[in-house]
Unconditional design. Structure first.
Length: 417
């Protein structure tokens, strides 16, 4: 069947089922008032069982792997060929929205279902990762990380806020921590990874487009800054003799914003700031603030950080305070594969007449999967760009567009233009 016929035949039914299944998963939450499904919890187990059932119906028999991920696989005509992988995650943040993660999982299953009668040259896998958000163990990409080797056995030592380790949580969940390495897949097993995800930003909505092509997942620097001034009496120290750490931190915050507002494609955020001693009648002596810097281009990120350091030194010097910037983490950008970008572009154009290239400011499972194979991503418009929030919302029509785009992309990669 041609891609066009397939998309036309199935889009409306698929869209309705995708919405219904996202709602079904939404009901599997630690509490009915707030959406929360964390790694290695009874909700994780219940959602995995449902996903395994859906994958079986879609012709991709599935199992739970040693890390708690759900892995479905349908063999291709060439059994030894590397598999095309479709996937996303099914864990959530606290007080989550309905679509971040689950949309990609159920859309992948829907595409597999639409293709169940179609001959496929290579195997098709559908992956539903059990932990992407890292909410419980304060990590990132634990599920796909254990599949790809981004995470190893050292991951067993992470603990949750109650002091329960990943190893202990696996045991309580019914998995053997000693066998965690069995989740790991080998280079050469996969030919490509494709993920549908909500945009989590406002650009597609502003452009009046349902779907868009992701070109890269931004690299990210996280840093802490400590500003050390001198605390003093708010009434007795004259303005010209003060070393006010909070006023210096405020100036630095504005300088960081100015650096990011330049011509370079970068975003910078000071998201947390704490002043000590924190009393209305005391000049702040010490301030801690965070810096989050993201760009799809690592060189741009490095040069922006250099500019921020230069501004920091200048402000500290002029104000007679010290400022120390300590980089806590630095993860490089991950580019989507040019051939996959072209395939997604063509599918978007067929579905809605044109496409738009977007970089993802948020991290995704593709970062881990890029260790094993080329990756591609399709973004679906979400209302107001709102995500990680119960107000997260997409339209049924856009869910259909996401499905049609993914299905067309898969077919073109499988040799059906
Ligand atoms: Zn997500």
């Amino acid at each position: 069947m041609s891609a066009a016929a397939l998309a036309a035949n199935h889009s409306a039914d698929a869209a309705a089922r995708i919405m219904a299944r996202c709602a079904e998963l939404r009901a599997i939450s630690v509490s009915p008032d707030s959406y929360e499904r964390l790694y290695l919890t009874p909700e994780h187990r219940a959602a995995a069982e449902k996903i395994i059932e859906w994958m079986a119906e879609a012709g991709v028999p599935a199992r739970m792997d040693a890390a708690g991920n759900v892995i479905g696989r349908r063999e291709g005509a060439e059994a030894k060929a590397p598999a095309l992988v479709l996937g996303s995650h099914f864990d959530t943040v606290r007080d989550a929205g309905t679509y971040d993660g689950p949309l990609g999982v159920v859309t992948a299953i829907e595409t597999a279902w639409a293709l169940r009668g179609t001959r496929l040259p290579s195997p098709l896998e559908v992956h539903a990762y059990a932990d992407e958000e890292g909410t419980r163990f304060h990590t990132m990409l634990l599920g796909s990380g254990l599949v790809t080797g981004l995470e190893g056995p050292e991951a067993l030592g992470h603990t949750d806020s109650e002091g329960v380790s990943v190893a202990e949580a696996l045991r309580r969940f019914g998995l053997d921590p000693a066998g965690i390495g069995e989740a790991r897949r080998k280079p050469g097993e996969f030919r490509a990874y494709l993920e549908v995800h909500i945009e989590q930003g406002p650009v597609l909505e502003a452009e009046d487009l349902a779907v868009g092509t992701v070109t890269a997942i931004a690299g990210q620097t996280r840093a802490n800054v400590v500003v050390q001034g001198v605390a003093g009496h708010a009434g007795t120290v004259p303005m010209n003799l003060r070393r006010d750490a909070l006023a210096a931190a405020a100036e630095l915050t504005i300088a960081i914003e100015a650096v990011a507002r330049g011509t370079r494609p970068i975003v910078a955020t000071v998201g947390e700031i704490r002043a000590e001693p924190g009393a209305s009648n005391v000049i702040p002596g010490q301030v801690r603030l965070t810096l989050d810097l993201r760009s799809a281009d690592d060189g741009t990120r490095a040069s922006a950080l250099q500019d921020i350091r230069a501004r920091l030194a200048e402000i500290a010097d002029r104000r007679g305070v010290t400022m120390a910037l300590d980089v806590k983490s630095d993860s490089p950008a991950v580019a989507c594969d040019p051939a996959l970008i072209r395939a997604v572009d063509a599918a978007c154009e067929a579905v809605q007449g044109r496409t738009l290239h977007l970089t993802s400011g948020a991290g995704h499972d593709g970062i881990a999967m890029a260790r094993l194979c080329p990756i591609g991503m399709i973004f679906v418009r979400c209302k107001g760009g709102i995500s990680h929030n119960p107000a997260e919302s997409i339209s049924e029509a856009d869910a259909g567009a996401g499905f049609a785009t993914l299905t067309r992309t898969v077919l073109s990669l499988m040799g059906d233009p």
